[in-house]
Design a protein around this ligand. Structure first.
Ligand SMILES: Nc1ncnc2c1ncn2[C@@H]1O[C@H](COP(=O)(O)OP(=O)(O)OP(=O)(O)O)[C@@H](O)[C@H]1O
Ligand SMILES: [Mg+2]
Length: 471
């Protein structure tokens, strides 16, 4: 497609692959695809608004869906040490509860079938345990609870039909404990072994899903706190008090490193993580990281869950000046098992690249969903704005790739067209937006000459006298 064939952004085909929507960063996109495919790490270095976050999200979208669901289980022996169970999907048929041996009510000792409500105590015949009187002789089938006191308490006509009967039997010359249990119209015989298994499964049933199978493959961590990154065990004022407290496993909260298991953990401004970088490094090495209560005065602090999986792809972003503030072993970890990419801040002014910009305009419009397409003259105005910005900010002749800037301009132009009930963004809308949308970078460069100089003056050096009065 040539630029001259395009009459509006509606003519542009937008790639469905999110990676191909990242324009002007071919190297980063190529590496990004590898990173997803091979599960490597990635450090993105570059100026704001060039697509670092967008690329990280696009990488996550190339990953297969998570396959592991992670559960945290109650540990009956040691409630402060909940256990982790990983279920790999598709889950194989869950273990069935032991059935025991299913018997006909005729096959069990008479006192058992009586207690379970099958056998009539008077005529000895078998009928449904749901019927309170014998189908054959009409006698009350269950022993009426005796004693006036019980009668008062439970009311007349109450019966003591039992669910289970504990007894013994002789097997191989030895007496063993067994249980008969009512199962609909049949009776199950359960041995000690089967009973133990059932009890174990019931205890195991106390669990909470820590990482659901349908979690997002993209997790962004700000590193604002240790608990956000590494997880926590919430405080319960009643602790593990047996009646009013909550069991520790219910209070376990995953960190971003865990939520990103099998996905992408995106960290913006990696260096701002400070000492937390060290924990991140450990997590990347071990691919498992314990969750513990992090507040010393909290009832959660005695709780610890070991072996919580955190096998993530780290995609980290920093701006150029902060590269030296990355913890050296973390950086070498990324390099040793991944890539570092410097994002482009501009691209050569060729027709091919102009077309890429047009694709970007169309993407922004479609993604926004509230603004109309841009007509040809508007496209041209936006392209020359991209040219102007490359010159102003980077001092080159080319097209800027600091696209957040342009994104804002397009939206403002679009809003203007909408407010005037026009069905296309015109060149005038774009010019108006350019004149009126001034991100701080632009305001700063008007004041100080360039964003670069502005950021220097932020740090207190090279500040020109009276600089703040310029513009
Ligand atoms: N290379 C690009 N291709 C297409 N769109 C882009 C590109 N770069 C930026 N954009 C647009 O600008 C928006 C902001 O980009 P993004 O958040 O990815 O920038 P960033 O590099 O992460 O910036 P920051 O350093 O400020 O976090 C994106 O949502 C997208 O609309
Ligand atoms: Mg970002």
């Amino acid at each position: 497609m040539n630029l001259s064939d395009i009459s509006s952004t509606a003519d542009v085909r937008i790639p469905s692959d999110p990676l191909l929507q990242v324009i002007g960063q071919d190297e980063a996109v190529r590496i990004g695809r590898l990173v997803g495919f091979q599960r490597r790490h990635l450090l993105l270095v570059g100026p704001p608004g060039t697509g670092k976050s967008m690329l990280a999200q696009a990488i996550a979208s190339t990953l297969p869906k998570p396959r592991q669901e992670v559960l945290v289980l109650h540990n009956p022996e040691k409630p402060e040490r909940p256990l982790i169970e990983i279920r790999t999907h598709p889950v194989k048929k869950t273990l069935k509860q032991p059935q025991g041996e299913l018997l006909d009510p005729m096959m069990v000792p008479a006192f058992v079938s009586e207690k379970l409500g099958f056998r009539c105590r008077r005529c000895g015949r078998i009928s449904s345990p749901d019927a309170s009187s014998c189908f054959f002789c009409g006698a009350d089938k269950y022993r009426r609870i005796r004693g006036t006191f019980e009668d008062l308490l439970v009311g007349p006509g109450a019966f003591d039909k039992e669910e289970r009967v504990h007894t013994t039997r002789i097997r191989d010359g030895r007496e063993e404990l067994i249980v008969y249990e009512r199962r609909g119209s049949r009776i199950a015989l359960l041995t000690q072994k089967e009973l133990a298994k059932m009890a174990q499964m019931q205890q195991k049933a106390a669990y909470k899903v820590l990482l659901p199978i349908d979690r997002s493959p993209f997790v962004q961590a700000t590193g604002a706190s240790e608990t956000e990154l590494l997880g926590d065990v919430r405080h319960d004022p009643y602790g593990s008090h047996p009646q009013i407290g909550s069991l520790p496993y219910t209070r376990v909260v995953p960190g971003a490193i865990h939520e990103a298991h099998e996905g992408v953990l995106f960290i913006d401004e990696l260096s701002s993580l400070g000492r937390l970088q060290r924990y991140l490094l450990t997590a990347m090495q071990d691919k498992r990281y314990p969750i513990a209560g992090r507040n010393q005065s909290s009832t959660g602090s005695s709780v610890r869950v070991d072996g919580v999986p955190c096998d993530f792809i780290l995609v980290a972003a920093v701006n150029f000046n902060d590269v030296p503030n990355i913890l050296p072993p973390l950086r070498s970890r990324i390099l040793g098992n991944g890539y570092e990419i410097l994002m482009n801040s501009y691209m050569p002014d060729t027709e091919e690249n102009q077309l890429k910009l047009v694709q970007f305009f169309a993407q922004e419009i479609v993604r926004d969903g509230r603004i109309p397409h841009a007509e040809r003259e508007a496209i041209e105005a936006l392209i020359s704005y991209a040219r102007k910005k490359a010159k102003e900010i980077d001092g080159v002749s080319g097209l800027t790739l600091r696209l957040r800037l342009l994104s804002g301009t397009i939206k403002m132009a679009g809003d203007l067209a909408v407010s005037e009930k026009r069905n296309m963004i015109s060149a005038e809308d774009v010019k108006f937006a350019i004149a009126n949308s001034k991100p701080v970078e632009e305001q700063a460069s008007e004041k100080y000459g360039s964003w670069f100089k502005a950021s220097q003056s932020d740090f207190g050096f090279k500040r020109e006298a009276g600089g703040s009065e310029v513009g």
